[in-house]
Design a protein around this ligand. Structure first.
Ligand SMILES: [Zn+2]
Ligand SMILES: [Zn+2]
Length: 388
């Protein structure tokens, strides 16, 4: 076992320059959700060269792919790649590192394919994590039906193997009022922007009665046309998050009530449009976490200080509800660097990210080998998944 693990480590090191160069290319060409044509193409091409059978556009999603390495009958281990960027601030979530770390893990496994126990390694390209719900489409398309375990890493300012991810639902509140001259005849108008402002004020009061592991945040997406017109239309977009779907929906109903009250108070008409995708909370799997923890320790690495209040959401949560899943955070930026910032975007392309990229690739490849080689660990993981 240690021989194959040594070979995997050497394979990742041998590919390091290639992986870093793809990572930089993706970083320098930020593509938004479902538009990641270049990133998906580069990754699929790389995996094809490494000996994977590559299917592009799986589940009807143009920028998704599935690269498969088949070594006989056995379990299927999926390694997930994300590669979408954020509007305005580019790769501030470091998905270029997720992508290349996943591809590197796959490539290292392909390099030792003759020595791998029977099974399948699938490197799955999952677009549109930042709001587009790419993994939800892949789940609906059956991509995870035959997957026994799914794994991915995400860049962070420290190593944390498990961090809770919240369920999230999103809604748009459109208020319709009545336009009027804002100075000559303001009493003729119905101010839709006031309804928006009132909604924010009511939500701010609601926040005091909210549990600390829930989140509400919003923006005014349309605040009217000009200061001298009473706004006839205004739109507020809100995200509502909770640690369980039940708590998320309970809070969501209260946020909708805030908007309804604002509509009554101002006389505006409210239309609530709920976003079709809900990101589910991350279901923890201790048996899978233990596999990763063993390999992390063997690499001489340890987890950083816990950050239980830094709660985000991801469509990996939905994957974790259909198959045992791990979403491990790896250090690619100095401690204290927050994600979705320009500082994190810079860190994701800096030389300092290389070590995290390679360590993440090794961690996933080594853990995949453990799952293929040890039916007891695989069984424990599946048992735990079914039991909850
Ligand atoms: Zn993000
Ligand atoms: Zn992210």
């Amino acid at each position: 076992m240690s021989a194959i693990k040594d070979l995997i480590g050497q394979a990742v090191d041998r590919l390091a320059d290639d992986l870093e160069s793809i990572s930089r290319k993706i970083h320098d060409n930020p593509e938004l959700a479902y538009q990641e044509v270049k990133a998906a193409g580069w990754l699929a091409d790389f995996l094809s060269v490494q000996g994977f059978k590559v299917e592009r556009g799986v589940a009807g999603v143009e920028t998704a792919f599935r690269a498969t390495l088949d070594t006989g009958s056995g379990p299927t281990i999926a390694i997930l790649c994300e590669y979408d960027a954020l509007p305005a601030i580019g790769h501030a979530c470091g998905h270029n590192i997720i992508a290349t770390s996943g591809a590197g893990a796959g490539a290292a496994l392909a390099a030792v394919r003759d020595k791998l126990p029977g099974g399948r390694i699938q490197v799955i390209g999952t677009p549109a994590e930042e709001g587009g719900g790419g993994k939800i489409r892949l789940i609906k398309g059956g991509v995870f039906q035959t997957v026994d375990a799914a794994m991915m890493i995400h860049g962070f300012d420290r190593w944390i193997l498990h961090q809770d991810l919240l369920g999230i639902t999103r809604a748009s509140f459109e208020f319709r009022g009545k336009a009027a001259h804002a100075s000559a005849d303001p009493w003729e108008g119905v101010n839709a922007l006031d309804a928006c402002v009132q909604t924010f004020n009511a939500v701010s009061m609601l926040r005091q009665q909210m549990r600390p592991d829930c989140r509400i945040h919003g923006v005014v997406a349309d605040g009217g046309a000009a200061a001298n017109i009473i706004p006839e239309r205004a739109v507020a977009d809100f995200n509502v998050r909770g640690p369980s779907l039940a708590s998320m929906w309970a809070l969501y109903r209260r946020v909708v009530a805030c908007a309804e009250a604002a509509a009554v108070a101002t006389g505006a008409r409210l239309t609530v449009t709920q976003h079709r995708d809900v990101y589910e909370p991350l279901k923890r799997n201790q048996a899978l976490l233990d596999v990763f923890a063993d390999n992390l320790g063997a690499a001489g690495l340890g987890e950083g200080p816990p950050a239980p209040d830094r709660l985000a959401s991801s469509d990996i949560g939905n994957v974790s509800q259909v198959t045992p899943t791990i979403h491990a955070w790896i250090a690619i930026a100095p401690l204290g660097t927050a994600i979705h910032t320009r500082e994190f975007a810079a860190a994701a392309a800096a030389p300092g990210a290389r070590a995290g990229l390679l360590a993440g690739a090794k961690l996933m490849a080594l853990s995949a080998v453990d799952l293929l080689a040890d039916p007891a660990r695989l069984a424990a993981m599946k048992e735990e998944f079914r039991g909850r």
